[in-house]
Design a protein around this ligand. Structure first.
Ligand code: NAP
Length: 224
């Protein structure tokens, strides 16, 4: 029989996060799901505790971090954030702070959407921030740290993002051509990333694990 445990999610109003929130609430694995958000999700569910917070003062919600599994789907773009510093706050400071708060309260798993190419040594700022976050998370020594590395995300957003729009349009043509070692660059639906994240939380290996398109696709299909 599966354990009944609690989850916390940050980024639940986003493309991946909102898909994931629905799945966490539907899943029998979790008895309770806490979403820390800066604006309402619009969802109402008996298992859902929604708390609107200022992410600069996350420690004021420290009591919410007494959970086993933490899911991080936070993220922004430099354009949207307004500066590299503001981007780094959302894509590095907040996910790391959440991990520290959860680890200090005994959380065992941290599952985070990072990105393909995450590398603390790269000159590409976006990928470097993602890589630096991963390096910092590794030092926290969760029982299980799951680093999700999608390439371009596909899904319906309220805002227009040129690369995603182009990718979504061209994906049926070029995606099948990305085979073998190139398969990791296949665009992936946000709903598949979310499904994979839940499945990974349920049956992922202990230790630090990285999931690219082939593993995400497989995990998304494996779901019960
Ligand atoms: N887009 C891609 O093609 C792509 C590719 C690879 C990896 N990724 C990564 O995948 C992750 C998820 O992407 P996504 O497209 O699902 O993200 P998204 O739709 O842009 O959602 C981002 C989430 O972060 C929250 N957030 C942003 N700025 C915040 C702030 N200052 N304070 C508090 N919360 C804030 C948003 O809240 P609000 O709803 O309130 O704004 C939202 O819940 C990101 O880390 C992204 O870098 C994306």
């Amino acid at each position: 029989m599966e354990k009944k445990i609690k989850a916390l999610i940050i980024g639940a109003t986003g493309l991946v996060g909102n898909e994931l929130l629905h799945r966490l609430l539907d899943s029998e694995v979790y008895v309770g799901v806490t979403a820390l958000v800066r604006r309402p999700t619009g969802l109402s569910h008996p298992k859902l505790t929604e708390r609107i917070i200022d992410f600069d003062e996350m420690e004021l919600a420290a009591d919410e971090f007494e959970v086993q599994d933490v899911f991080c789907c936070l993220g922004t773009t430099i354009k949207k954030a307004g500066s590299k510093e503001a981007f780094r706050k959302v894509d590095y400071d907040y996910p790391l702070k959440a991990a520290e708060l959860a680890k200090a309260r005994g959380a065992s798993q941290y599952i985070v959407v990072s990105a393909i190419g995450a590398d603390p040594e790269t000159k590409v700022f976006y990928s470097r921030v993602k890589g630096e976050l991963e390096s910092a998370l590794i030092t926290l020594q969760f029982d299980s740290l799951h680093l999700v590395h999608p390439s371009l995300l596909l899904g319906k957003r309220n805002e227009f993002r040129t690369a995603e729009a182009l990718s979504g349009y061209l994906s049926p043509v070029f995606s099948p051509l990305l085979r073998g070692r190139l398969a990791r660059f296949k665009p992936i639906k946000a709903e598949d990333v979310a499904a994979a994240m839940l499945q990974i939380a349920v049956d992922g290996e202990k230790g630090t694990n990285i999931y690219e398109w082939p593993e995400l696709d497989e995990a998304a299909r494996r779901r019960a």
